[in-house]
Design a protein around this ligand. Structure first.
Ligand code: PLP
Length: 424
């Protein structure tokens, strides 16, 4: 009798094929990058594991450089800790949201209500939420170049298309309005404005904000104002809140405890919707769904907000002449710009310098390689300009949180490194 072989069942075949299945990242992440914690930083980690000391001028993390939140802020959190065990309102606790409304009133932000304030686990989470709630597939978002790269990454993750507008180094790094106009299309949903700016240190005057606002009104754009450095200002720089400019423009402003209150590890940020709220009802319902889906932001740390905003503003002691950040900015700027082939706008705000490097002189074509070579040779970690979606490989970002003496040493080390460095 002949044997009849049973056809292999579909389940068996599937099981065989899947046994060695590889798990690949989702296609939507293909173009998503975050170079501040990218391959160069991983190389720095390996160097540290091998016993090297790496000077980290790459990230705005205040704690390792000895900056601490005011003691009253820590006490507020500790005091409320035993009562912070449960989930709370998905937008954030009331006392924090109400303190944020008062802060907005001090900044003349128009049409703010406690219902339109959302807290998040850092501004980072809120940027992810807003881009998810706002963007349909292929919707465009105008983002500055250079940018804080989370904006570009979040836009891509949400399925949208980042369109970078130029900020002009020759004009104090102000946004180029003509470029913004040229790049606005039918698909443009909004414009991101980072003021004071990471990575350039620019602080925009009122006219710049008005010009952007007029264009946003004309073109029906929501303005996404990332203002996390609003209190880190030097010399005579003055901060104007985007939400104070035009009540007919729907504006979402972002701020938090990470920078001015030296508590990035608390992961407390907030966003405030202001202006033409009436035109955003549907979008707001989307935001509310996303806020509910995460249940609520970290509860204990939200208790820091009221005390931080209402208490003594220690940041002003750091940014005034003689203050640590003021002096460190001056030292870093003076020493870096004395290196042949390096020029740099002197920051008016934030904690960053964005020096330009003469790429012809040093034959640099790949800025990631440049920062990697600097790291390997001098154990100094900075971030390449293209990591901030800047189109040319001729800038790098330096954080000036380190003590002045270290910044002098780092500059000298970069000077002697460049004396013989030719990339090609
Ligand atoms: N926006 C800008 C411009 C930043 O520089 C940073 C952090 O460096 C963030 C947002 C993220 O802030 P958070 O710590 O609140 O997530």
């Amino acid at each position: 009798m002949s044997q009849v072989t049973q056809p292999e069942s579909i389940h068996t075949r599937l099981a065989t094929n899947r046994k060695n299945r590889r798990f690949r990242k989702a296609d939507k992440l293909a173009d998503v990058h975050y170079e501040i914690r990218g391959p160069v930083m991983q190389r720095a980690r390996r160097l540290e594991q091998e016993g090297h000391r790496v000077l980290k001028l790459n990230i705005g993390n205040t704690a390792p450089f000895g900056f601490e939140p005011p003691e009253t802020v820590l006490r507020a959190v500790i005091h409320e800790l035993p009562r912070s065990l449960g989930y709370e309102d998905s937008k954030g606790i009331y006392t924090a949201r109400s303190a944020i409304v008062h802060e907005c009133q001090r900044q003349h932000v128009r049409n703010v209500d406690v219902e339109h304030v959302y807290l998040g686990n850092g501004v980072s989470e809120l940027i992810m939420m807003v881009t998810q709630a706002l963007l349909n597939h292929d919707d465009e978002l105008l983002i500055p170049a250079p940018d804080y790269p989370l904006w570009t990454a979040a836009t891509l993750t949400a399925g949208g298309t980042p369109v970078h507008y130029r900020c002009d180094e020759q004009a104090d790094w102000y946004p180029d309005l003509e470029d913004i106009k040229a790049k606005t299309t039918k698909r443009t949903k909004g414009i991101v404005v980072i003021n004071p700016n990471n990575p350039t240190g620019a602080v925009y005057n009122q006219q710049v904000l008005r010009d952007i606002s007029v264009w946003a009104r004309k073109s029906g754009l929501v303005v996404l104002a990332d203002e996390i450095y609003s209190k880190i200002l030097y010399d005579d720089a003055k901060f104007y809140a985007m939400g104070s400019i035009d009540e007919d423009v729907f504006t979402i402003s972002f701020n938090g405890l990470s920078k001015a209150y030296h508590a990035p590890g608390f992961r407390v940020g907030w966003m405030v919707l202001s202006g033409a709220i009436g035109r955003a009802t549907s979008f707001i319902s989307g935001l509310d769904i996303l806020a509910s889906m995460r249940l609520c932001p970290n509860v204990p740390m939200q208790h820091a907000v009221q005390t931080a905003l209402g208490g003594y503003q220690t940041i002003q002691d750091y940014t005034r002449p003689g203050g640590l950040l003021y002096e460190q900015r001056n030292t870093a700027h003076e020493n870096l710009t004395s290196i042949p082939g390096i020029s740099c706008f002197k920051p008016k705000g934030s904690i960053f310098l964005f020096p330009k490097i003469d790429v012809q002189k040093y034959k640099i074509t790949d800025d990631e390689k440049f920062v990697l070579h600097l790291l390997n040779d001098r154990k100094i970690l900075v971030v390449q300009g293209t990591g901030f979606n800047y189109p040319e490989p001729d800038h790098f970002r330096v954080v000036f949180l380190s003590k002045s003496a270290e910044l002098v040493c780092a500059s000298e080390s970069i000077r002697s490194f460049l004396a013989t460095y030719r990339q090609s």
